[in-house]
Design a protein around this ligand. Structure first.
Ligand code: ADP
Ligand code: MG
Length: 592
């Protein structure tokens, strides 16, 4: 219930449309009230002339016909204007709900995405939008109009016969009671349906996104069955849910029919006894018929409401997730020289301690390599520097400023990254290189490509810099993708650089080409390297080795080569290079 009102809150600025639609609805309801009266007056005039055998007042009848025509035409025109505004309102509502959702998702912390699934996220948006928009449209369009029609009709009936008015009004609490009886159960079924839908759709988007893997394992049929099995659950639930709803609706209709029969009986009786005129009889019957639609709509309205509540729940839950602790204000680093320092940093994912009391510094322009067993926390340390997660204790600073106090966007603009798998967007090579700065000139883009050792192969592509790379860059080789990623980092021109196993996905030729590019990229930048090759590590200024989340050793490659610590052991292993020792190297994410 409160979720719905929260969603209404996102529609701020749309109130004027809602109000217009509601007022137009009221006017239409009023216009529609004219016809029953006009018909009553006409009937009375006609029956009077028949019973008293006097001439019919023609001009009076023509006047009534003109009023009738005007009321019908204005109602139709107003109805269409209202429909138009309603469409605009719905479109704007869809737009707003999508934008606030997307904007909110973009500022949710990395940890949120560790436990989420793209397909589910989109599925939630879709259903919230569809049902909430329909509900708001119905709400503004129908609710007031409906209430007004009922109130006026019942008022008129009251004038003629309080018994009839009471019987008609009695329907309403009965409907509401039936609805309240069904609401909980109906919503529970809708929730269940959504769970299955999310599982199916979540897998759908994951499978389509990883179609190569699916093809390579030949698991198309298994995936298809998984999807069908979960989606099919929604059919079963819908059958049950719909049967349930329609049984309840049948009861509602039975109530309505009983009411009508009783009211007609009273009316016929009174008309036969001459207590009411033929015109009165027709007036009340027309009014009754006019209220029957709103009465039916009431259950339709409740249905819409139930749908909207059930289907906006998950949307609302996403909107309630706490955004990442992004400093909007906060200081900015202006210098293009950076000194990075970790001081007594401790960090755990949930309750799993990964980093314990780690302290080290990278001087401006220095290269520091992190070495640990696979899963030892190297990537985690680099994530902390980007503020993707926050340390549980200790602090990380750049140029002596705690990054927790820095403006998050400004901080990230000072850090360039190259990861193991170069992630590109679908689009051209040029757009991908210019991702850090869409306004970069062609000259700058080409220069970055040259430094990244990518200019040659890009020019050999079919359309050069305008070649489309495909989703995530599938149309390029790993080495090519990586060099475009490096060109992208070069164009970003940030003083801090993170290289996380940037060459580990490549064959040795590609690795050689990429390494040359990386060497140029690192020049003059403060670099945190998580290296894949011992030869890369040998060229850094400082090595930090980690063991059980703690620092084991810090020193230059030259110093650590002699200490018999992790690094020197790795060097020894490499020299002996048997099968066994190769395995040991692999444990450290290092190739021999
Ligand atoms: P490395 O880069 O040294 O191989 P990572 O920093 O990636 O290691 O991971 C360190 C540990 O943290 C591993 O045990 C891994 O399972 C765990 N881990 C990594 N990312 C997450 C995450 N998002 N949530 C929970 N645990 C994680
Ligand atoms: Mg890693």
């Amino acid at each position: 219930m409160k979720d719905i009102f929260r969603l209404f809150g996102y529609a701020r600025g749309l109130y004027k449309y809602v109000i217009f639609v509601a007022i137009a609805g009221v006017l239409i309801a009023l216009l529609d009230m004219i016809a029953p009266f006009v018909i009553k007056f006409a009937t009375d005039a006609i029956s009077l002339s028949i019973s008293s055998k006097t001439a019919l007042k023609l001009d009076y009848l023509i006047l009534l016909l003109i009023i009738l025509a005007i009321s019908y035409i204005s109602s139709a025109i107003l109805g269409n204007i209202n429909g138009y505004i309603g469409d605009v309102l719905a479109a704007k509502m869809r737009f707003k709900l999508s934008c606030v959702y997307y904007d909110h998702l973009l500022i949710l912390p990395q940890s949120y995405y560790d436990n989420e699934n793209t397909g589910k996220i989109i599925s939630r948006l879709d259903r919230a939008i569809a049902d909430v928009t329909r509900f708001i449209n119905m709400f503004s369009n129908v609710l007031l109009q409906m209430l007004l029609t009922v109130v006026i009709s019942v008022g008129v009936m009251l004038w003629y016969s309080w018994e009839i008015a009471i019987i008609v009004v009695l329907q309403i609490p009965i409907y509401i009671y039936i609805t309240m009886l069904t609401s909980k159960k109906w919503q529970k079924m809708e929730d269940d349906k959504n769970q299955y839908l999310d599982i199916a759709r979540g897998r759908f988007s994951e499978v389509i996104g990883n179609i190569r893997l699916v093809k390579s394992f030949g698991t198309e049929r298994r995936e298809s069955r998984f999807f069908a099995k979960n989606f099919n659950q929604t059919v079963g639930i819908t059958k049950y849910q719909s049967k349930y709803w329609h049984s309840m609706d049948t009861i509602r209709s039975l109530v309505q029919v009983s009411v009508y029969i009783i009211v007609y009986a009273i009316l016929f009786w009174r008309a036969a006894k001459g207590q009411i005129t033929m015109g009165d009889l027709i007036l009340i019957i027309t009014l009754l018929q006019q209220t029957s639609r709103p009465m039916q709509n009431m259950s339709f309205f409740v249905d819409m409401y139930q749908r909207a509540v059930a289907n906006s729940k998950d949307y609302a839950k996403v909107m309630l997730e706490t955004p990442e602790i992004a400093k909007k204000g906060g200081e900015k680093i202006t210098s293009n020289v950076a000194r990075v320092e970790y001081e007594d940093v401790t960090f755990a994912y949930d309750d799993k301690p990964i980093i314990r009391n780690v302290s080290f510094a990278i001087e401006p322009g220095e290269k520091l390599a992190l070495v640990s067993a696979s899963g030892g926390g190297k990537t985690t340390l680099s994530n902390l520097l980007m503020k993707l997660y926050s340390p549980n204790s200790g602090k990380i600073s750049i140029n002596n400023k705690n990054i927790a106090d820095l403006n998050t966007n400004a901080l990230r603009s000072k850090i360039a990254t190259v990861f193991q798998d170069a992630i590109l967007f679908s689009g051209t090579v040029r757009e991908n290189i210019a991702y850090a700065n869409p306004k970069a000139s062609n000259k700058d883009i080409e220069r970055a490509a040259r430094v990244a050792n990518a200019f040659g192969f890009i020019n050999e592509l079919e359309n050069g810099f305008d070649t489309m790379v495909g989703e995530r860059g599938v149309k390029l080789s790993g080495g090519q993708r990586q060099r475009i990623a490096i060109a992208r980092a070069i164009l970003k021109d940030a003083p801090v650089l993170i290289l996380d196993e940037a060459t580990s996905a490549l064959d040795s030729y590609a690795e050689h080409e990429v390494q040359k590019a990386l060497d140029r990229l690192m020049k003059g930048r403060t670099t945190l390297i998580i290296a894949h090759r011992l030869s890369t590590i040998a060229n850094v200024d400082k090595i930090v080795t980690l063991k059980d989340g703690k620092i084991d050793e810090i020193g230059t490659p030259f110093e650590l080569a002699k200490t018999n610590g992790i690094y020197s052991q790795l060097l020894d292993i490499q020299v002996s290079a048997t099968k066994d020792t190769k395995k040991k190297l692999q444990k450290f994410d290092i190739a021999g």
